[in-house]
Design a protein around this ligand. Structure first.
Ligand SMILES: O=C(O)c1cc(=O)[nH]c(=O)n1[C@@H]1O[C@H](COP(=O)(O)O)[C@@H](O)[C@H]1O
Length: 260
């Protein structure tokens, strides 16, 4: 099964669009606490998590001990649960090949985030792993997204729309990253490329809402995946609080679908 088939299956079985972001905060933990902390978070949030998304930067910040914590964290995720390695790589083809080997083979991620700024040849080494998923940055959730991504081409098309339409033809295993903080842009992308799976970060701590996301993107298992990291991990001081936050996000997304 491909990544997107696995994601659709789990998302459907749980009726959950929630992706739990695993981004441990260096202000809150010593490195040796990270793996046990995340192991408890994973155990508690499993009933609600269609997917997990460790952002590798949050492990790399501790150097080699942080990478060991990532290894132990990945071991704590049951095999049937898809895992996205968020690394936002983007480089010339030969280097991209090394990045793809690192993320897919050494780390064993089921999907990755990739920055398509360098163009098609920089993404192809990732696409070559046909059973894995490749989420390409399209319209990010941060304020600076407007600096480049909203610039208009000569015919008036914003760059992020051009990216969406272009990468749609790059392979069967591509998806797009579109932030929850820009619902109008999210709706536009959904309209332009209805068949492409979307990874939607930016709810919770960055201010995006489940209602806006579902109104803009629709509710479809495997095709809409909504990530929250800090607002789940640090919802309270116990894994139970993280579970409650993940459950609440799942329920808010369902309620938005059902018009409740
Ligand atoms: O690719 C991503 O996941 C991503 C893209 C984007 O546009 N915005 C964004 O916040 N992210 C990631 O999603 C996570 C959001 O974390 P929280 O704001 O704590 O929920 C972080 O790991 C970000 O790096």
């Amino acid at each position: 099964m491909t990544f997107f088939e696995r994601l659709e299956k789990r998302s459907g079985a749980l009726d959950s669009l929630v992706c739990v972001g695993l981004d441990p905060d260096f202000r809150r933990h010593r490195v040796e606490e990270v793996a046990p902390f995340l192991r408890d978070i994973i155990a508690a949030t499993l009933p609600y998590a269609a997917c997990y998304k460790p952002n590798v930067a949050f492990f790399e910040q501790w150097g080699v001990p942080g990478l060991r914590a990532l290894e132990m964290t990945l071991e704590a995720i049951p095999g049937e649960v898809p895992v996205i390695g968020d690394a936002k790589r983007g480089d010339i083809g030969s280097t991209a090949e090394a990045y793809a080997r690192a993320l897919f083979e050494a780390w064993g991620f089921d999907a990755v985030t990739v920055n398509p700024y360098l163009g098609r040849d920089s993404v192809e080494p990732f696409l070559a792993y046909g059973d894995r998923g490749v989420y390409l940055l399209c319209r990010t959730s941060n304020p600076g997204a407007r600096d480049f991504q909203s610039l208009q081409l000569a015919d008036g098309t914003p760059l992020f729309e051009y990216v969406a339409a272009t990468v749609a033809g790059w392979g069967a295993n591509t998806g797009l990253v579109v932030g929850a903080t820009a619902p109008a842009e999210l709706a536009r992308v959904r309209e332009l490329v209805p068949g492409l799976p979307l990874l939607i970060p930016g709810v919770g701590s960055q201010g995006g809402t489940p209602e806006d996301v579902i109104r803009a993107a629709g509710y479809r298992h495997g095709h809409v995946l909504v990530n929250a990291s800090r607002s789940i991990l640090y919802a309270g001081s116990s894994p139970g609080a993280a579970a409650d936050a993940a459950c609440a996000l799942r329920d808010a997304l369902r309620a938005a679908r059902d018009g409740r």
